[in-house]
Unconditional design. Sequence first.
Length: 556
Amino acid sequence: MDRTTELIDRARDSYRHRLWPETFAQLSAADGEAPLGAAELDLLCTAAYLVGRDDDSDELSGRAYHAWLRAGEPAAAARRACWLGLQLLLRGEGVRAGAWYARATELVGDRDMAERGYVLLPGGLEQLVAGRARAALSTFGELSDLGDRFDDPDLKAIGRLGRGQALLAQGLVAEGMAFLDEAMVAVTADDVSPVLTGIVYCAVIEESQAAFDLRRAREWTTVLNHWCDTQPGLVPYRGQCLVHRAEIMQLQGSWQEAVDEARNACALLDGTPAGGAAFYALGELHRLRGALTDAERCYREASRFVATPQPGLALLRLAQNRVEEAAAASRRAVAEDDGASADQVSTEDFPQRRRSQRSRLLGAHVEIMLADGDVEAARAGADELRRFDRELDAPLLHALAEHAAGACLLAEGDGEAALATLRSAWAAWQRVDAPYESARVRVLAAQAHRLLGEQAPAEMELEAAAWVFDQLGAVPDLQRARRLSRRAEQGAAGPLTARELEVLRLVATGMTNRAIAGALFLSEKTVSRHLSNIFAKLDLASRAAATAYAYEHGLV
């Protein structure tokens, strides 16, 4: 047996055992001895893709395509062209992808073969992106039928995935998720090719997040991680998929792992449209950890690809104590999104995608409006979240809605109702295993206890929240929890928010509204609104009465 044949035999054995680095090395060595045939080139370009060598995989795919043509196998050539086209399409290289799909379409012609389904794929994806969900459902249904008729496992999985996405785009969540689960079962049962595994997984994670179904996203992530662990050297997650994984890790409290994943995505996607999501995810993690300069840099990088990196940028301004800027940015983002929603009411993808995007904006909007003293605007945002919660039975959305509602009740001075709602929010965040958000709710619960004159449980809530913040490395939240705990020793703040308490303390020192605005980086209008809220909540009629209250309650 000559060396080339021996290397190829060893490579085929490595391929069967899913030893991708060994397969790539052995076939590359064989190719160096003598040019590989079409079948071996197919294996080599697959191995190259699975170990993360995308450029090599592209070049080898082109060689495999021409080798199949020379061998008189147009169907195999068309299939290879379609796989290359899909990989290019997922990387955002639409022009090159279109050229390869055109070659495949020409080869398939009017032949009745499985490859016709692969040729249909870009059309179905385009229909999904354009919001033509019913047309996409029909296209992927045809693709699925071809997979069943020709018993092509990859085509079956792609068809189920596409049908699930089309149904979800129409707001048919249960039906759509059922198709996605079928596709994932085929993936985890090793019925489909390894290349398709990563593609299906990333799509399922994206759709699960859009539907606020974090449980499903986490479960499939665990399953796929186990699948990957059995294949050393495998690089199945790349690009946008890394961003989704980082977001899941962030919510679960694995912040350092999330940072690593987000940085990998930034390095891989920099210079591409998907790079905006990667830099935004990294900026969010920096902001939560108190690295505000790094967060600012990441949001600026993200803005190269997205018009406004919101709500992260507005929350950053809030963390920088630039409340007026934060409020203006949040109001603008919510208004613009509302306008976009109105423009797209007639499209088929409005029920799911728009609701998902807007809900995330509204959660931050409520927090920022309360910091700005605009309780009415915060309440409007919380009520809209409640409507979404009623429409979609999703634990993550329920937690977000209860959190916002509880914060508004607290600002409105209804301690009993706030505490009950915040307890519901805490339980909901616990169910989705979100420690950071759970701890933030406990801080609000402490303020509700204090509003009711219950100092001991307030301190207990703050102590528990501070422990979580310390474990996560959430420095700004940890500092705030400690400040609130110290304030409990100085005296009750009554029904006032933290910002209103700051304003009241400065009023008691004799400062004018203009001086207070300068000290707190607010506008005079915002200070006046806070002062009006203070007078109403404490039933006071003048600055002198407010000053007396502050001294009587040990707030100065």
